[in-house]
Design a protein around this ligand. Structure first.
Ligand code: 5CA
Ligand code: ZN
Length: 404
């Protein structure tokens, strides 16, 4: 990321747990955990929107002089992956490896700065087993048949991340991987921690016996091992607010006896397509790799996505891409023209906008106004265009074209 002279105001972001935009106050090293993909299908624009959001956050921290310890998981063992493997007649490991590779390739193409640690659920299994065993010994985890569940009634702060009513929780729990109806559970919302081996399912031999981990504990084990308790930001799409991040915070509190799990919960709006949230289960997907293979410039795609505020739920259309292409052309022409002025103030405006809950729409409007200024066709100060080029590259991750 190019260095840009100067500095912006301190970053403030919306925090789901408090419902407020409040300052994020990292130490010299900012810590970030973002929930990664379940690799059973290639990267769609919803995934890209989520990871671009946290890329803007990482860039903003780097610009402010912080080091960033960014950890991301890949859910390389879970029900949807196994279901896909059966449906396709492929080995689940082959699918996971292929789709993870494709995801990483797509992220690189979109100029997403990589996480420092990229962790698989499978590699975390020994650690997960130790945490679950500790909770079992403490009586917070109980057995249903051969499986293990977490007792939410023993999590005093349960509900403080989403702030949802129990009624609302119950409504979505089953849609998002939960099993409220299973007989033998103490509470319908209790989440699975460990699933004992079933015929035809992969399993790992651990101190909990043969089986595989539940979803939430996977992210908790990785986050606690790599970042410890009370890291700066837990991130993901807003479909992860409940149950995933609520359960994660409850698990982590039970394991460590402390709070908060994350100091800030940042959730990204859902990208829709053809009237519904873009999702692998519905199949209404626009893939990053497809667009790139069709010749779309990744800078245009990146600009199209970041033109939406990250908290907005929005619907992708072809017009997003056409608009971004036109805008990046306009910015490139301006940067190459020698007829622009005011880069310093515009860079201040970009930084202030981004510091205000990653307000990319205001940042982009400020750049638009600067770019339109070139139409006066009177020479501006030398280097103005180059300053803007570097700032747009560093802060938004968008490269402008050079004059031919
Ligand atoms: N592996 C889990 C997280 S531990 C998972 O949710 N995987 S995923 O592949 O379904 O989603 C990966 C990330 O993309 C998550 O942060 C999710 O919230 C986000 N995401 C999924 N669909 C969309 C969408 N349509 N719009 C925006 N973000 C999305
Ligand atoms: Zn996760």
């Amino acid at each position: 990321m190019p260095a840009v002279a100067g500095a912006g105001p301190a970053l403030r972001m919306f925090d789901t747990a408090t419902g407020q935009i409040r300052p994020i106050t990292p130490g010299p090293t900012a810590s970030l955990y973002v929930c990664g993909i379940t690799p059973y299908d290639a990267t769609h624009l919803g995934h890209a929107f989520t990871y671009l959001t946290f890329d803007l956050l990482q860039r903003s921290w780097l610009d402010a002089g912080h080091d960033v310890h960014y950890v991301q998981n890949v859910t390389d063992i879970d029900d949807p992956l196994l279901e896909r493997a059966v449906a396709r007649g492929e080995d689940w490991r082959v699918i996971a490896e292929r789709e993870t590779e494709l995801f990483r390739h797509d992220m690189t193409a979109l100029a997403v700065l990589p996480p420092a640690n990229y962790r698989g659920a499978v590699e975390a299994i020994p650690s997960i087993a130790v945490y679950v065993e500790q909770l079992r010994v403490n009586g917070v985890v109980y057995q249903v048949d051969e499986d293990l569940y977490f007792d939410i009634s023993q999590a005093p702060r349960f509900g403080e991340v989403s702030r949802w009513s129990e009624e609302h929780m119950l409504k979505v729990f089953a849609e998002r991987g939960g099993d409220p109806e299973r007989p033998g559970k103490r509470h319908p919302l209790d989440p699975l921690m460990w699933r004992a081996k079933r015929p035809d399912e992969p399993a790992w031999d651990t101190l909990l016996g043969h089986g595989r981990p539940g979803w939430h504990i996977e992210c908790v084990a990785i986050a606690l091992d790599d970042l410890g308790m009370s890291f700066d930001v837990q991130g993901g799409g807003n479909d992860l607010i409940f149950p995933h991040h609520e359960m994660g915070a409850a698990h982590a509190e039970a394991i460590t006896g402390s709070w908060p799990y994350a100091r800030h919960y940042v959730h990204v709006g859902m990208v829709g397509y053809e009237g519904h949230k873009m999702s692998k289960s519905r199949g209404n997907l626009v893939f990053v790799s497809r667009l790139l293979a069709d010749g779309v410039d990744p800078n245009d795609l990146r600009l199209a996505l970041v033109s939406h505020h990250y908290r907005e739920d929005w619907e992708w259309t072809e017009a997003d891409l056409a608009g971004a292409r036109q805008r990046r052309d306009m910015w490139s022409i301006a940067a190459n023209s020698g007829f622009t002025r005011g880069a310093g103030e515009v860079i201040d405006a970009i930084r202030s906008s981004l510091a205000d809950d990653l307000d990319t729409t205001s940042a982009i409007s400020a750049i638009d106004a600067w770019a339109r200024g070139y139409e006066e066709r009177s020479p501006g100060p030398r280097g103005d265009g180059e300053l803007m080029r570097a700032a747009i590259d560093a802060l938004l991750g968008v490269h402008l074209s050079r004059a031919d």
